[in-house]
Design a protein around this ligand. Structure first.
Ligand SMILES: Nc1ncnc2c1ncn2[C@@H]1O[C@H](COP(=O)(O)OP(=O)(O)OP(=O)(O)O)[C@@H](O)[C@H]1O
Ligand SMILES: [Mg+2]
Length: 317
């Protein structure tokens, strides 16, 4: 159900998704043209990074602590607190317009790319405030990968798309092997092994989506954010993506937004149900809130809140 009052709210959301995806692509491509960073040689830089990135082993990996997002002062989602344990898959479910994309983007500092957007409260990665003054958003996006609803391959060959991150980062190892491994994990290798040097834009939509997943995996991310990654895929590709999600955990922690409740039930360990206030005579506040967070089995079979019960049983949403 489209609850949002404004008839063009869905368009606002789609435009926003499009522009964030575009800005993210541009930023990554521009970054490639910059001179290589003085990684190890600049000890001060290395030290600063250690200062804010020291917490491998810290659990939870991703955490919201009273987090919210506003656009031009209007709250879209507010006061969300829950944590994604290391190595888990966390699903965000809830009606359209409740702020799921706004929330998941906080974990990659992608709302920075949206004019008028403001993030409040705590958004933590391995115990570190991602919005702290010394955190470099580009560094964040190297460790926390994001896959959008509509794929955004670069206008380069299939091979160069996947090799892109490892090349920038100067990752050690055989590049051909890294590319093949990432394409295998994204369940795309068999379809593209003979056309690696063709332009990625010639792939089908479903193949492009698996390609951008391979591109994200090629840099061994610590966290993978997925915003409705399978909504454009056929059932076979969808199930391949679900298998791959299971395969890359627990090394990678995954946060996924999905409208497909069966998918959330199948793949996730924990589920967060987010919704706006739908009660008659309610506050009229259209900001989304976290209604309930818990183990997926509990959220689907024995939810504590009747609104969750109504949503997961299909009585609203
Ligand atoms: N760039 C923007 N400018 C203004 N308002 C925005 C912007 N992006 C999102 N919003 C508003 O914030 C609210 C939450 O949007 P968001 O895209 O986060 O919801 P969602 O839960 O992901 O929805 P969907 O399930 O349809 O993808 C909506 O009311 C939307 O119109
Ligand atoms: Mg969304």
């Amino acid at each position: 159900m489209e609850h949002a009052a404004a008839p063009d709210a869905a368009k606002v959301r789609a435009d926003c998704d499009e522009s964030v995806r575009g800005s993210c692509t541009e930023e990554l491509l521009a970054h490639a043209e910059q001179p290589a960073e003085p990684e190890a040689s600049d000890s001060q830089l290395a030290e600063e990074r250690r200062d804010w990135w020291p917490n491998f082993g810290n659990d939870p990996v991703a955490e919201f602590d009273g987090a919210g997002v506003s656009y031009d002062g209007v709250p879209a989602i507010r006061d969300v607190s829950f944590a994604a344990p290391a190595g888990s898959i966390v699903a965000l479910i809830g009606p359209s317009g409740s702020g799921k994309s706004s929330l998941i983007r906080c974990l990659d500092r992608l709302n920075d790319l949206v004019p008028g957007a403001q993030v409040d409260g705590g958004v933590l990665y391995r115990g570190i405030d991602l919005y702290g003054p010394r955190v470099d958003p580009v560094e964040v996006r190297r460790r926390i990968g994001m896959v959008f609803q509509a794929p955004n391959p670069f206008p380069k060959s299939i091979y160069d798309n996947v090799a892109f991150g490892p090349r920038i980062l100067g990752l050690h190892g055989d590049l051909d092997e890294i590319v093949e491994g990432a394409l295998q994990r994204a369940a795309l290798w068999d379809e593209v092994r003979d056309r690696l040097h063709e332009n990625a834009w010639g792939l089908s939509g479903g193949q492009q989506q698996r390609l951008v997943i391979a591109r994200a995996l090629a840099i061994d991310p610590d966290v993978l954010l997925m915003d409705e990654p399978a909504s454009a895929l056929d059932p076979i590709s969808t199930s391949k993506i679900e298998d791959l999600m299971r395969e890359i955990t627990p090394e990678v922690t995954i946060v996924i937004v999905t409208h497909n409740l069966q998918q959330a039930g199948r793949v996730s360990d924990f589920t967060a149900f987010i919704s706006v206030d739908l009660e008659e005579g309610g506050s009229g506040d259209q900001a989304g809130r976290l209604i309930e967070f818990g183990p997926t089995e509990k959220i689907f079979n024995q939810p504590s809140d009747e609104r969750t019960e109504a949503y997961v049983s299909g009585r609203f949403g």
